[in-house]
Write a protein that binds this ligand. Structure first.
Ligand code: GGG
Length: 350
């Protein structure tokens, strides 16, 4: 029996509802496989933990996580309790950085039975490669003249190493898909980092002559997400642009409740982390109607990453059969609860 140790961080809000619900599905998939077992260790790190301890995770939290194969996370943030930048940098971004999860992968795909918000019914299936280690998410900057005419400077950081790494990842991925990469830029307005981004994109592209390339300014690209998403294959974007684009991606899929994400450690020296795109959704906490599909699809990404593609495919088939059957939470036009969706997915596994 192959035992896989997974660190589980439900986090805040609906993370505490969808994470435990989906663990049951992962356990069932391990049973179907027959030769593996997931050993889940749950950590209560969250905004409530911060109120009690003055920090989002203990001092040795990262060292603890590094002992696990993967990290399975729900949602982070409760602005009623802790300012968002403290909770995000104290947990989510801290883990991404310290576990060297340098690529954030976010599929954007139309799902059977989920009404798209778009005018056209044409299916779409693309993936955003988000640079996950630097860019606009940086600690570089500062502020002066507090309380008066304040001056605040926030620097974006773009290194050759991380930019090229994200580009190469995107091109390698495109080689396994439909051989097209679109770069999200804004080099007409942002005069240092984005022309550099374009230059690296162009240079790396030369190593992949079979891959078609295009560069779109982020504002136009955001509009194309809505107007003609079927034209995309792989998109490469900086940290902030990728974050914004994938919320639009989730919206065109039908709901932010169904969008998955994976933070990938490329060296295999530390765990990768799997978390849905959605946040803690305080408005629906406790109602039992949080959509578990984003978390389940995230579990599929974790299974694929671990080399259990056949289990990931079984899970995805069960998810699509469930949404197509009409067993759906209200955000995607149904009347079902979180538990009912999970029950239906379990029923549809062999
Ligand atoms: N599911 C993880 C989560 O709670 N994300 C909320 C969020 O604001 N994330 C920002 C980011 O991905 O950079």
């Amino acid at each position: 029996m192959n035992i896989h140790e997974i660190a589980v961080i439900p986090g805040d809000g609906i993370g505490k509802e969808v994470v435990p619900a989906t663990l049951e599905v992962l356990e069932r998939l391990a049973e179907i496989h027959g030769g593996i077992k997931f050993q889940f260790a749950e950590f209560p790190w969250s905004c409530e933990y911060y109120l009690e301890h003055g920090e989002m995770m203990p001092k040795d939290g990262i060292e603890t996580l590094k002992n696990f194969e993967q990290i399975y996370l729900g949602a982070v943030g409760n602005p009623q309790l802790v300012p968002d930048h403290i909770s995000l940098w104290g947990l989510l971004i801290k883990i991404r950085r310290e576990c060297e999860q340098v690529i954030n992968l976010r599929p954007v795909k139309s799902l059977k039975g989920v009404p798209s918000k778009l005018a056209s019914d044409e299916p779409f299936d693309f993936i955003v490669v988000r640079e996950n280690s630097e860019g606009e998410y940086s600690e570089a900057g500062g502020s002066v003249h507090h309380g008066g005419d304040e001056i605040v400077i926030q620097n974006a950081v773009f290194t050759r190493k991380a930019t090229e790494r994200a580009m190469r990842f995107a091109f390698d991925l495109a080689m396994k898909r439909n051989k097209k990469v679109t770069s999200a830029t804004k080099s007409n307005g942002i005069v240092y980092s984005m022309p550099f981004w374009d230059k690296v994109f162009h240079e790396v592209g030369k190593d992949y002559p079979e891959v078609a390339t295009e560069s779109n300014h982020i504002d136009a690209l955001a509009a194309f997400f809505v107007l003609k998403p079927e034209q995309f294959d792989v998109i490469v974007a900086s940290n902030l642009f990728g974050d914004i684009l994938t919320d639009i991606g989730a919206a065109i899929m039908g709901s932010i409740g169904i969008a998955p994400a994976a933070n990938i450690n490329l060296n295999g020296n530390y765990p990768s982390m799997f978390e849905p795109v959605h946040g803690s959704a305080p408005d629906i906490v406790g109602k039992g109607i949080a959509n578990p599909i984003g978390q389940l699809w995230t579990a599929k990404m974790m299974l694929d990453h671990m080399g259990y593609d056949e289990l990931g495919d079984l899970l995805m088939k069960a998810i699509e059969e469930t949404t197509a059957s009409g067993v759906k939470t209200p955000d995607i036009g149904g009347k079902s609860t979180t538990a009912e969706v999970i029950g239906e997915v379990l029923k549809r596994l062999p």
